[in-house]
Design a protein around this ligand. Structure first.
Ligand code: DGL
Length: 270
């Protein structure tokens, strides 16, 4: 058993959709969450900048003595995370492995859609992983840059006019291509899965990257005997912009009020 916390980070709040799954699957684990809210969004930035930020995020969590790091960010996971993961002595895991496996398992017609930030869609990590598992698969991608600001603004209810209009336009191509499985390639998107599902129709399976990754993390910790056996873990949150704003919006992502401390930090803080 390893009593050290699990570290999770994202550019902002989206990673909390993954944290929620980690809490459900591993209630005994302590969690340290870092949301780089001062620099969100990462999705329109260059690969070099995204990787530089990712290193700073990982270093910050390492200073909190975590036993594993989850990059609960589709953008970081598809923009070089795997190249730097080996530089650390603990598991550093992105969201693409578990997600690619789940998508291949779910598809019936081999047509898999991927939506995400511009940087995630520019990358080819998902194609590589999916094609390795299913060489006949066809992957149809679409960047949806407006989804993140819409979610961060809390406009997530089914029937929200702006969301419905934007989703209708973004998803048209994927519908026309006949995908039967759609990867929600950004950890913000589970919050608008209701609207996305309505636009895509009931025959399309939506894959939640955070949920798949939390399940993989549990298996990984279990295998190495590192699961904590407490009854209830403790949670702490760090952000790089206003802590008050975080607490308010975070409850939307978690579906309950934020428990535990929320602290504003700069990434050089120790
Ligand atoms: N949550 C991030 C992701 O999964 C998106 C937000 C951003 O653009 O920084 O890609």
């Amino acid at each position: 058993m390893d009593r050290r916390p699990i570290g999770v980070f994202d550019s902002g709040l989206g990673g909390l959709t993954c944290v929620k799954r980690v809490m459900e699957l591993m209630p005994g684990e302590d969690i340290v969450y870092l949301g780089d809210t001062g620099r969100v969004p990462y999705g329109g930035k260059s690969r070099e900048t995204i990787l530089k930020y990712a290193r700073q995020d990982i270093e910050f969590l390492r200073r909190r003595d975590v036993k594993a790091v989850v990059a609960a960010c589709g953008t970081v996971s598809t923009n070089g995370l795997e190249e730097i993961a080996g530089d650390y002595p603990i598991p550093v895991m992105g969201v693409t492995d578990a997600t690619a496996t789940a998508a291949v398992r779910a598809t019936r017609n081999g047509k898999i859609g991927l939506i995400g930030t511009k940087a995630s869609v520019r990358a080819t990590v998902y194609e590589e992983k999916i094609l390795r598992l299913m060489p006949s698969a066809r992957i149809v991608k679409k960047a949806c840059p407006l989804f993140v600001p819409i979610v961060e603004d809390g406009r997530i209810g089914d029937g929200e006019p702006v969301l419905t209009m934007v989703a209708g336009e973004y998803l048209e191509e994927l519908k026309a291509a006949g995908v039967d499985t759609l990867i929600l390639g950004c950890t913000h998107y589970p919050l608008i899965a209701g609207t996305i599902g309505k636009v895509m129709g009931p025959d399309v399976t939506l894959i939640d990257t955070g949920a798949e990754t939390a399940a993989l993390l549990r298996r990984t910790l279990e295998r190495s005997g590192a699961l904590a056996a407490r009854e209830k873990g403790a949670y702490s949150y760090f952000v790089t912009d206003s802590a008050e704003d975080f607490s308010r919006t975070a409850s939307l992502f978690l579906g309950f009020h934020v428990e535990g401390s929320v602290k504003r930090v700069t990434l050089e803080d120790r």
